[in-house]
Design a protein. Structure first.
Length: 124
């Protein structure tokens, strides 16, 4: 059984073929005594840097430039609905679904979860 505040590491493998979609499910747990009312997920995958470098360093045609920029902006490997997150009450969990799009050249990703308690009213 997991102790409160313990971080579990996993070595799960996700295999997705190019141009196919899959869903990754994660559970966030609020182990604090305060509710969390802001959650932001950010992902960086191995296809972004080469595409950005190609836009800067290469002499791409107008069509290839458009396609590359469109893919970077509108077709990320990972995406999620910000509407899923409202609050995570103290000592509660929240299940999130993350959509994964297979892209050629994708082999690794970094994720970042940012969360906090926003000050919605300040008393003077």
């Amino acid at each position: 059984m997991k102790e409160s505040g313990e971080i579990l590491n996993s070595c799960d493998i996700l295999i997705i073929f190019t141009c196919t979609r899959s869903t990754l499910h994660i559970t966030l747990e609020n182990v604090s005594s305060l509710p969390i009312d802001f959650v932001h997920l950010a992902f960086e995958d191995s296809t972004v840097e080469p595409a950005q470098r190609m836009l800067v360093e290469s002499e791409l045609s107008v069509f290839d430039t458009y396609e590359t920029e469109y893919s970077l902006i509108n077709e990320p490997v990972f995406s999620w609905s910000k509407d899923e997150v409202q609050t995570i009450e103290s000592r509660q969990t929240l299940d999130l679904s993350i959509s994964c799009l297979g892209k050629a050249g994708w082999y690794v990703f970094k994720d970042l979860v940012v969360y906090c308690r926003l000050l919605t009213s300040i008393k003077h």
